[in-house]
Design a protein around this ligand. Structure first.
Ligand code: SF4
Length: 279
């Protein structure tokens, strides 16, 4: 699979079933009711903490601007309230552009802590296999945030990777920025990238404690708060493992035999994937 940009959610999906993640790219993901319900809760939580920003992008450049601007505003909320939601993160791993969206950042003991929300259909505890994929996700967020916070990945890297000098926002989107009273000096891709990466560089040190919060999607009750410790060597191992697939050094891996129970929930089982299909 030839890609220059990887989402953090793809990396975590590789740790559930890499073959399934690849098939999702080839055949299109199946959006389930649970995923839609989870998105709704994320929107509600964002609306409770961040100031809503109504911007309707009309082009790729508009969308990129919107992501940077709303994240810039979200970091201002973190500095003001000690907590914020939905912060975009950009970085580079093994030469690939990597992008993700962090559910929540919060100030804790003078540090910035990462929290990821996962919704569940009932109050049961997540399985170890599920927790592993979530662990991978927050570990990668931490690695990317560290890189931005330390200046290893800056606005300069971003503008080169995304070729922002060639991008022009639509006139209609610029009118929306005016209507939202966005500072004229920020109505430029280079300026908003500078502002956003400067925000991220001035965040407090990124905490080694990473949180995954499990919520019941119907009652919004907290089922469990998983506290994980960042391990730099483990993160490096995850990156090396995932890059072997993206670099084409190996084919996508199906689940091993002791995890073939996962196939029972897979839309590709017996169709596009017959590795564990009993004829
Ligand atoms: S059927 Fe099983 S091995 Fe194949 S893609 Fe789905 S989960 Fe992976």
């Amino acid at each position: 699979m030839h890609k220059s940009s990887i989402r953090v959610s793809d990396i975590s999906a590789q740790y559930w079933c890499e073959r399934q993640m690849e098939l999702n790219y080839i055949h299109g993901p199946s959006i389930t009711k649970e995923i839609k319900k989870g998105s709704k809760i994320h929107e509600e939580l964002e609306g409770e903490i961040n100031v809503p920003i109504i911007l309707q992008p009309k082009s790729y450049a508009d969308s990129l601007y919107k992501a940077l601007y709303t994240s810039h505003q979200a970091v201002a909320t973190l500095k003001e309230k000690g907590v914020t939601r939905e912060v975009q993160i950009y970085g580079s791993l093994g030469g690939y552009k990597v992008v993700g969206k962090i559910d929540q950042l919060q100030t804790e003991n003078g540090e910035t802590a990462i929290l990821e929300d996962k919704t569940r259909g009932n109050d049961t505890m997540p399985s170890d296999a599920q927790v592993l994929t979530h662990r991978v996700q927050v570990m990668i967020y931490k690695k990317l945030l560290d890189d931005v916070n330390s200046g290893d990945y800056s606005a300069k890297n971003f503008t080169m990777a995304y070729k922002t000098a060639n991008l022009k926002m639509t006139d209609e989107f610029v009118r929306q920025l005016d209507a939202n009273q966005v500072d004229k000096g920020l109505q430029d891709m280079g300026a908003i990238a500078e502002a956003f990466f400067n925000d991220m560089r001035t965040l407090n040190k990124i905490s080694n404690t990473l949180y995954v919060r499990y919520l019941n999607q119907f009652t919004r009750k907290e089922i469990k708060m998983e506290r994980l410790q960042y391990d730099r060597n483990e993160a490096q191992g995850i990156i090396m493992h995932m890059l072997k697939f993206w670099n084409g050094e190996r084919k996508s891996l199906p689940v091993p035999e002791n995890e073939k129970w996962k196939c029972n929930w897979c839309v590709f089982f017996g169709k596009q994937c017959t590795v564990w299909w009993q004829k």
